[in-house]
Design a protein around this ligand. Sequence first.
Ligand code: PMP
Length: 436
Amino acid sequence: PDPDTKSRSLYDRALNVLPGGVTRVAPWQPPYPVYAQSCKGAWITDVDGNQIFDLINNFASLIHGHAHPAIIDAVTAQLSHGTACTMPTEREVALAELLCERVPAFDKVRFCNSGTEAVMLAVKAARAFTGRPALAKVEGAYHGTYDHVEVSLDSRPENWGNDPNPVAFVAGTPKAVLDDTVILPFNQPEAAARIIREQGARLAAVLIDLMPIYTGCVPATPEFLKAITEAARATGAIVILDEVISFRFGYSGGQGVFGIEPDLTTLAKIIGGGFPVGAVAGKEKIMAVFDHRSGKPAVASTGTFTANMVTMTAGLVGMELMTEEAFDRLNALGDRTRSKLSDAVRRSQYPAQITGHGSIFKIHTHSRPVNDYRSAWSTPEELADLAALQAGLLRRGFLISTKGNGFLSTVMTEAELDSFVDAVEGELRILATQRL
Ligand code: PMP
C-alpha cells in the first residue's frame, strides 16, 4: 500500500482519538482501513478517489444500495419538517402496519434503534413472559452484543467438547451469564433437540437465525428447524427468530421462505432504509409484555431516538420498494452470482467453495463440507488465503467482508456482478499457483 494515501493519514489521526483507530472493527483491515468519501448506488468513492463496487452494503442493511433516489427524496423532504419530535408520528404506525400485513406471525411491533437492542428486548420479553432465566443459542451465531447472545460467538477448537459448551466471548463476562446460556450445534437436529429437552423448565427462549453468517453461511435445514421448534414448544420456551439479516430473503421475511412461525422475531437493517433501526415483532400475547396501559409494563423498552421520523420515513419507502417482484429479482441475482462464483472456483483449480442463500454469499477458502460452526472452521493458512483474496479483490475495486461475505442490492446489475466473478477467479488463480 502507498504510505502517502489520505486513508493512511486519516488512520494516523484516528489512532490518537479512537481505540485501535476505529469505531467498527469489521471494516478494518491491515495495515489501515480504506476511508470512504461518498457512496452512490452500488459504488463507494474512497478518499483517494478510487471507485469501489460495494458488496457489503453496510453489512446487508442497504438493500437498495447507497443513496437510493426515492429514499433520499423522502428523507430530504422530511428533514425540513423535523427529525425526532418526542411525539409519535403516522410514519411509525405505517411502517408497523406494513410489517404486520406482510408477516403472519406479526401482530404487534416495537421499534428500537439497532439489531442488538431488538435481540436484547426479545430475550427480555421471553424471560418476562415465561418467568424463566435461560436462553439457548447456536454456537458461533452472531446476534449483536447483548451479554447472553455473545456467548460462544467465538469458540476455539481447544474448547470444543462433545456438546457445544458456553464460552465467554468478552473478557469479564459474569459466570451467571454463562450459567444461563445454553449452546446448540447448528443443523444437528437430534443433538439440538436433546439439549433443549435437557434444559426443561429453565429455558425462556430458543434464539435462532435461518442462516447465521458465521456458522458457514449455510441455511438451516427443515429437519433442524422442526426439531428445535418442537423441542422448544414442548418445554414451553419461546422461539425467537433473529431476522436482522434474513428478513431480506423474502416478502414475508425468511420465515415466509423457510415456512416457520416464530413467537417473536427480531428485525433491523433493511427495515430502516439506511438509517439506524431495530424492532421486535410477534404474537399479541407475548408482545403484551411491552404494553404499559395497566401500569408498569413487564419489560420497559424505550429510547430517545426510537421510531424517529427520519428512520421511519426511509424505512417505509425502502420497504415499499421491496415488492414481491423486487425480492424475486434480487434473489435470482443472488442465485446467479453464487452459481457463477462456483463455476469460477472450479476453473481456478483452487479448493474454495461458495455457500449462501438468496442475496447473500460467502466464499470459503477450503472445500470440506460445511454444515455448522465447527465444520466451517478454517485453518490459519486458509484464513491467510481469505485475507489475501479479500485484499486482492479490493485492489481490483471490489469490496467483500474480511470473512468472505457479500450482500447484494437491488441496484446491482448482472454485468457488474460478472466483473466481480472474473475478479474472484483471477485472485483464486493467483492463490492456486502460490499453493503449488
Ligand atoms: N443479529 C444478526 C443476525 C446480525 O447480523 C446483527 C448485525 N450484523 C445483529 C443481530 C445486530 O444488529 P446491529 O448491528 O444493528 O446491532
